[in-house]
Design a protein around this ligand. Structure first.
Ligand SMILES: Cc1cc2nc3c(=O)[nH]c(=O)nc-3n(C[C@H](O)[C@H](O)[C@H](O)COP(=O)(O)OP(=O)(O)OC[C@H]3O[C@@H](n4cnc5c(N)ncnc54)[C@H](O)[C@@H]3O)c2cc1C
Length: 306
């Protein structure tokens, strides 16, 4: 049976969903060891693993890529796993690349499917899938939203092992402070209904019609990153990897293609409805309902203007 290590991603005292996604998939492939750096108190959330290896040290209390890479490297060197799963996230990408170099293990990034012997990666924002054959030990970085997180949650009783931290003196990267995103007029993470605008809305003059629809549905407007980059809406409305994670009861995606960085922020919405003129847009892989209508026809119809 394969020995799979899952590098636990955590932030502000919570294990991130990507960890549970990876643990669920890893359980299908072999025996799961969770590698928990700098947060031993979170071990109780990792009942889905057979074993948990904890490394703790004051330098690991906050994410520091250099210190985390050294620690993960020490754990992997001692255990010789067949595969190491890391989130393809801002934190995980630092670890995956460093580990690949230090352990001389190939890295397969942007993974959306893993089986014994092959990994499928999603490239160019979902426009292309690449299947890689893997033999021998490797590092795989997994895109958020690829696997169900619930499959990795369980209340089992894994063996918990402590491992001494490697020498973390003289780090060249120092944690200074956590800069929280600025507060906004509306907290989109607390909304039950979000009407989300993507680049398909074409220009700033069309934002008010989306706002009007959101108000009619009793919700708020959110958006993809290009809308913020163009300054049509503020940063506090951005959903995704470099924006906010939302879990509304309804997420209505209008003219959003469904790039992995966007999906990461909204995949857990209870009901996702997408409108996109391109029937091959990746958003339809995540939407519970979808239509290929033109959003400029759909919005007036939903707002009762037709
Ligand atoms: C490190 C990094 C972090 C990132 N973080 C984020 C993030 O937090 N959030 C985020 O959203 N993105 C993020 N991105 C950007 C992301 O990769 C995509 O570029 C972005 O999500 C695309 O936004 P979009 O879907 O609105 O635009 P596009 O990809 O251009 O899609 C527009 C869609 O609108 C459709 N459309 C056009 N006209 C109509 C119409 N009339 N009716 C209906 N549909 C129409 C098109 O078919 C198309 O699918 C990040 C990228 C990187 C590299």
């Amino acid at each position: 049976m394969s020995n799979i290590y899952v590098i636990v991603e955590h932030f502000k005292g919570q294990v991130e969903d990507i960890t549970f996604e990876m643990m669920g998939k890893a359980k299908e492939l072999g025996d799961v060891t969770a590698v928990l750096i700098g947060a031993k108190d979170l071990a109780s959330q990792l009942g889905g693993a057979s074993k948990i290896i904890c490394v703790d040290d004051p330098s690991l209390n906050n994410f520091n890529p250099e210190a985390y890479c050294k620690s993960v490297d020490a754990v992997v060197a001692a255990g010789s796993p067949d595969m190491v799963l890391v989130g393809n996230t801002s934190m995980g990408m630092d670890i995956a690349a460093g580990l690949s170099v230090s352990q001389n293990m190939p890295l397969v990034a942007y993974a959306t499917e893993i089986s014994s012997g092959s990994v499928v990666s999603q490239l160019y924002g979902g426009k292309m899938n690449v299947e890689s054959s893997v033999s021998g030990a490797c590092v795989v970085s997994v895109l958020a939203g690829s696997f169900p997180a619930d499959a990795g949650r369980s209340d089992g009783s894994p063996v918990v092992e402590d491992m001494a931290a490697p020498d973390l003196s003289g780090l060249s990267v120092k944690f200074r402070k956590l800069i929280e995103p600025e507060g906004g007029d509306v907290d989109i993470t607390a909304q039950e209904v979000l009407v989300s605008a993507g680049r398909g809305i074409q220009n700033e003059d069309n934002v008010p019609m989306v706002e009007e629809l959101a108000a009619k549905l009793g919700g708020a407007v959110s958006c993809s990153r290009p809308i913020v980059d163009n300054k049509w809406l503020g940063k506090t409305r951005q959903v995704g990897k470099s924006g906010l994670k939302v879990k509304p009861k309804l997420y209505l995606a209008l003219g959003i293609s469904g790039a992995p960085e966007h999906i990461e922020g909204m995949k857990d919405a209870e009901l996702i409805i997408a409108c996109n003129t391109d029937p091959n847009a990746p958003i339809f892989e995540y939407a519970h309902y979808g239509c290929t209508a033109d959003l400029f026809d759909l919005i007036p119809a939903l707002s009762g203007k037709m």
